[in-house]
Design a protein around this ligand. Structure first.
Ligand code: SAJ
Length: 427
């Protein structure tokens, strides 16, 4: 398999295309978005990910990677397009359908097609296969068809794409073998062959496990605030148990995976998934809880005169991605209530003008009544009270439990950490 066509050049497709190109394969990246094509062929890159820029630049320069708007005949095809959630909490598979349709004229006997997009169980054989067979070729006989989930963590994509174990599910055994051969060209982790529907379920199970665990941590945080203990300390100590690994509470769960994928599993069997659905709702309720904490700090002030420095907009630390971001949800809710916001995120470059965003920390904090820490970016983890002297009010809400609350309190600030009792300013 010397030539590969990757359809969808986003957070997964582009790194995959670049890594394949770096192995010496001739890779054609396909995307419908002209701006993305220009970003790859000319720059600047549309995705911020450590190590990605250099690799893309060198692969484009070597001629092994080219971005274009239509597929071409290749030995292997990878579909890595988005599968968002509809308003009815169903998987929107239109991009997968369109990508599969776009490949039909180019399929040739002996080629391989892999679906990587996170999809409800049964999508590869039930949706993609019939579309591809419109080529007149039979899946599993004339061409091979697999599902293989990516499992990489944003911020560590380039490392994890090669090092993580890879599950490859074929619609039959020879398809799985062909898929495993493609991934063996760049994966150093174990490659495990299975069937397509199991591989689809594996991806959903992994992210659902994490979502439910975060929901549990968030529930512990709400209990802690009511009962009066520090959830961060309690979780840290509980995790000393050899078989306990509670995740961290926070302002909610974001990103295009963990906040979305559990619904694909839940919707496949709504009557059998009450725990998954409840966990989703607990996590989705956290931004509203943060807004309640803000209300409690601003009692007696009208929202318009209460200035909040919102630190962080992305869905998690050290990434520029604001998709499904709980920080953005909090910002939306506060905006709706009429608060005066100053939003600052050192990673998010394309800011929506409707939010009053500023380009540095000082501008965000200067004259603000409340410091609302929404994302635990490296730049914020060691934030010091001395950096916040220019604030008009001395209120802090830390939704990520990263600030040294006692030190901030000793320095004259009132600090509320999600999952613990509010600390008052010393008299
Ligand atoms: N979060 C918490 N508490 C935690 C951990 C995370 O509130 O203890 C929040 C984050 O702040 C963020 C969200 O959850 O808003 C998701 O962040 P994440 O770091 O847990 O996950 P993602 O979305 O960046 O990547 C996940 C990973 N899946 C698992 O860890 C099981 C990654 O391996 C997947 O490849 C990726 O989803 C994906 O593409 O599906």
């Amino acid at each position: 398999m010397e030539t590969v066509c990757v359809v969808g050049l986003g957070y997964i497709g582009l790194p995959t295309a670049a890594i394949l190109a770096a192995t010496g394969k001739h890779v054609v990246g396909v995307d419908l978005n002209e701006k993305i094509l220009e970003a790859i062929n000319v720059g600047p890159l549309h995705v911020e990910e450590p190590g990605l820029l250099d690799l893309v630049v060198s692969c484009v320069a070597s001629g092994n990677l080219a971005a274009q708007d239509t597929p071409e005949v290749c030995d292997a095809y990878i579909i890595a397009v988005p599968t968002p959630l509809t308003v009815n909490l169903q998987a929107d598979l239109q991009s997968v359908q369109a990508a599969a349709r776009s490949l039909v004229p180019f399929l040739r006997p002996g080629c391989l097609v892999v679906l990587e997009s996170t999809s409800p169980p049964g999508t590869t054989s039930g949706l993609v296969q019939p579309i591809l067979e419109q080529s007149g070729l039979r899946a599993g006989v004339d061409f091979m068809l697999c599902y293989s989930p990516e499992r990489v963590l944003p911020g560590r994509i380039m490392v994890e794409l090669t090092q993580n174990d890879r599950v490859v599910g074929g619609i039959n055994q020879i398809s799985a073998q062909a898929g495993a051969e493609l991934y063996a060209s760049f994966v150093t982790g174990e490659i495990i062959e299975t069937d397509a529907i199991t591989a689809e379920a594996v991806k959903l199970i992994e992210n659902t496990f994490r979502d439910v665990n975060i929901a549990l941590a968030n529930e512990f945080a709400l209990i802690a605030e009511t009962v009066g203990f520090n959830v961060w300390e309690a979780i840290r100590l509980a995790n000393h148990h050899p078989r306990v690994r509670v995740l961290s509470p926070g302002p909610g769960v974001g990103g295009h995976c963990i906040a979305v994928d559990p619904w694909f599993l839940a919707q496949a069997a709504p009557g059998q998934s009450p725990l998954i659905q409840l966990a989703r709702r607990i996590n989705d309720g956290m931004p509203e809880h943060v807004v309640e904490l803000v209300r409690s700090t601003s009692i007696g002030r009208t929202p318009t005169e209460y200035v909040i420095a919102c630190l962080g907009m992305s869905f998690k630390a050290d990434v520029d991605d604001i998709r499904e971001s709980p920080a953005m949800r909090v910002i939306h809710l506060l905006t709706e209530e009429g608060y005066s916001l100053r939003c600052f995120d050192p990673h998010v470059k394309r800011l929506d003008p409707k939010f009053r965003s500023v380009t540095d920390l000082h501008a965000a904090l200067s004259g603000a009544d409340l410091l609302l820490l929404l994302v635990d970016h490296s730049e914020f983890r060691n934030l010091q009270p001395t950096q916040a002297w220019s604030m008009a009010g001395k209120q802090v809400i830390d939704t990520r439990g990263v600030l040294d609350a006692e030190f901030w309190v000793r320095s004259g600030f009132a600090v509320q950490v999600v999952g613990s009792h509010p600390s008052r300013k010393p008299d």
